[in-house]
Design a protein around this ligand. Structure first.
Ligand SMILES: Cc1ncc(COP(=O)(O)O)c(C=O)c1O
Length: 397
């Protein structure tokens, strides 16, 4: 048996020990963190909907009208009118025949991937895909071919080598730690040519990209051509939970076989009502999406003026690579002392040697706040001798 104290000590020695910060009050662009006011630059509440009065009101009203919990899984007695309404709205919003809700994005990815591929088949997965995709691949018992990040030549080679055993290509639409966008057109073509299904995770694309925030697949004009589009309610949509959009046949298959759907309690009414209200707000106020992108450009430009590159990011996720984990956390701490909260991201979330500050922008940030945060980051990086622009050599996790 491994000694837990020793394992924790080892994490501390390697600069990988994690602890929880505490936010008092609701989520917003400015929060009270561990008792101090800070500018929040690492939340996925991209459109400011988690703390929006209409979204809060919808959750409160749903709790009074339908109760706090669904009481059972969807297939037993937990399927409520609200679930059906949100699924219909999401399917229409994304341009798909059908949508199926899951308890979280983690559950949606693990359940869906394991339902779509099995022993003897091959899944093709981008090397920077989210951990929930990686775990879904593991759970499926299929072989996984991990192709180099965004490298469609490498993927094409893998598909040719697979000799017809390929069943699924899966990729983040917007990569969660790098903020770059998957080569969706090429992925769609390769999937079609090799008779594989294509699944795109739009956790960070929904509400951020595409017409009215419909996501990266819609932005590329590929709605309906990508077989499976997964998205979450816990980020831009300000609530909690997730959904998969696909043909009715495919969601019916998931309803019958995805273990994380079948064996888990249905999402609670307040959470679903909040998701519905957020979706309505997104549809009626699409300018929030434009504002988010303007803010992202402001931060990236201001960081660049400080000599800090955000790599290949073209979205609201703005990483500044430091490389070393301990130095990353030093930079994060120094910024925190100056009232800016940007979380340091370390292995296993990113590969060894590629630790980074991952800034995330919200539509509710003010331009001046973002410019000031970039200046403070530049100053702190210079004090610590961090260049933040050179790409460190990534070592496999
Ligand atoms: C790309 C991606 N997929 C899936 C998830 C999981 O979603 P959830 O937080 O709803 O479990 C996340 C969340 O961090 C993510 O970034």
């Amino acid at each position: 048996m491994t000694d837990i104290a020793e394992r924790l000590e080892e994490l501390r020695d390697r600069g990988l020990y994690r602890r929880l910060h505490l936010i008092s009050g609701p989520q917003g662009p400015r929060v009270t963190l561990d008792g101090r006011p800070v500018l929040l630059l690492c939340s996925n509440n991209y459109l400011g909907l988690a703390d929006h009065p209409r979204v809060r009101g919808a959750a409160a009203e749903a709790a009074m009208r339908w109760g706090a919990g669904a009481g059972a899984s969807r297939l037993i007695s937990g399927n409520m009118q609200l679930h059906r309404s949100l699924e219909d709205r999401l399917a229409t919003f994304k341009g798909y025949e059908s949508a199926l809700l899951f308890g979280s994005g983690y559950l949606a990815n693990t359940g869906t991937i394991a339902a779509l591929a099995g022993e003897g088949e091959i899944i093709f997965s981008d090397e920077l895909n989210h951990a929930s995709i990686i775990d879904g691949c593991r759970l499926s018992r299929a072989e996984t071919f991990v192709y180099r990040h965004g490298d469609v030549e490498h993927l094409a080679w893998g598909l040719r080598e697979a000799g017809g055993r390929g069943s699924l290509i899966v990729s983040d639409g917007v990569f969660s730690m790098d903020g770059d966008i998957a080569p969706l057109e090429q992925l769609t073509t390769l999937a079609r040519d090799h008779r594989c299904r294509l699944m795109i995770d739009e956790a960070h694309a929904t509400g951020a990209l595409g017409p009215g925030g419909r996501g990266s697949v819609a932005a590329a004009g590929l709605s309906g051509e990508v077989d499976v589009v997964m998205g979450t309610l816990g980020k831009a949509l300000g609530s909690y939970g997730a959904y998969v959009c696909a043909s009715r046949e495919l969601t019916d298959h998931l309803l019958n076989t995805a273990r994380s759907f079948i064996f888990s309690t249905a999402p609670p009414p307040p959470v679903i009502a909040a998701g519905l209200a957020a979706l309505e707000l997104l549809e009626s106020h699409p300018h929030r999406v434009e504002r988010l992108m303007e803010n992202a450009v402001t931060l990236r430009t201001a960081l660049l003026a400080e000599g800090l590159s955000a790599g290949d990011s073209s979205t609201q996720i703005v990483p500044v690579e430091v490389g070393d984990s301990t130095r990353t956390m030093e930079l994060s701490e120094r910024l925190l002392e100056r009232g800016v909260f940007a979380q340091g991201i370390r292995p296993p979330t990113v590969a060894h040697g590629s630790s980074r500050l991952r800034f995330t922008v919200m539509s509710t940030h003010r331009r001046g706040e973002l410019e000031r945060a970039a200046k403070l980051t530049g100053a702190a990086a210079r004090e610590l001798g961090i260049s933040g622009s050179a790409k460190p050599v990534a070592v496999a996790a």
